[in-house]
Design a protein around this ligand. Structure first.
Ligand SMILES: [Zn+2]
Ligand SMILES: [Zn+2]
Length: 264
């Protein structure tokens, strides 16, 4: 197991424990089977793609490094500043990629798996369809080249991302005062809960991954005072059969069409 996997799983266990002690939505049953399905999907993704895409990504980064292709190579900046700029640029890509997943019907069919979870918790941060992982891993390759992101910078980005997304998907009852301070810069649970609402206007808001300012800059930020009244999931695909491993894998193929069109 890689260092990233250890870190991810340890963080997941700690956050799962915190959700148990300080739950936002109380009285949930079946937390263990619910979480187990999401983790199984994530393990399947790792088995299918982790090795292949790590090798491809490393090669692409090495290729761009050898040729000094990439925006960042045009400036000789001190390393910490370079890291901050690369972080911000890649996080902006993540924001737009997420919006694309909500706008282009073909991508949305797969991204729906992340949104059909009716009891979002820390494990939902790992709930993505393998084809969505494949799309995102392929489409971001030219982004690495464009920015000039190094493997070390990407590993650091992923570690921060894992921590932030696991926290903002969690069912931890974070006091509003604390959430408000953190969401000045970072995506917090109260922000991401709105993104998982069944209300379509709310689903299409708060797209950011790490930095919350993208939603403010591009006017997709949405605040909801009482997140306890949010219902998670989608208005369709509510049946229990879409919640197990097979159901999640088959979700995109319900109403599947190769036709690409932009959603309203
Ligand atoms: Zn989404
Ligand atoms: Zn989410």
């Amino acid at each position: 197991m890689s260092l990233k996997t250890y870190f991810s799983f340890s963080a997941l266990l700690v956050i799962f424990l915190l959700e148990t002690i300080f739950p936002h939505f109380k009285g949930r049953k079946n937390r263990v089977p619910h979480g187990a399905y999401n983790i199984c999907l994530s393990l399947l993704n790792s088995l299918l793609f982790a090795f292949f895409f790590s090798v491809v990504t490393l090669n692409v980064m090495q290729w761009s490094l050898n040729r000094h292709i990439g925006l960042i190579y045009h400036f000789s900046l001190p390393e910490p500043l370079e890291l901050i700029i690369v972080f911000i640029m890649f996080d902006m890509w993540m924001y737009f990629w997420h919006r694309i997943n909500h706008r282009v019907s073909l991508f949305w069919l797969f991204h729906r798996v992340h949104h059909t979870d009716r009891e979002m918790d820390v494990t939902t941060a790992n709930r993505f369809h393998p084809i969505e992982i494949m799309f995102s891993s392929l489409i971001r390759l030219p982004v690495f080249v464009f920015i000039g992101m190094s493997a070390a910078q990407f590993v650091l980005y992923e570690i921060v991302l894992i921590l932030v997304i696991q926290i903002h998907h969690s069912n931890i009852a974070l006091p509003e005062k604390v959430d408000r301070i953190f969401r000045v810069l970072l995506v917090t649970p109260s922000m991401h809960r709105v993104h998982h609402s069944v209300e379509w206007s709310e689903t299409n808001s708060n797209f950011a991954s790490i930095f919350s300012f993208w939603d403010r800059i591009w006017r997709t930020f949405r605040y909801r005072k009482n997140t306890l009244t949010i219902r998670y999931g989608l208005k369709i695909l509510q049946e229990k059969k879409w919640q197990n491993l097979m159901g999640m894998l088959l979700t995109p193929f319900k109403n599947f069409s190769f036709k690409i069109y932009v959603l309203k």
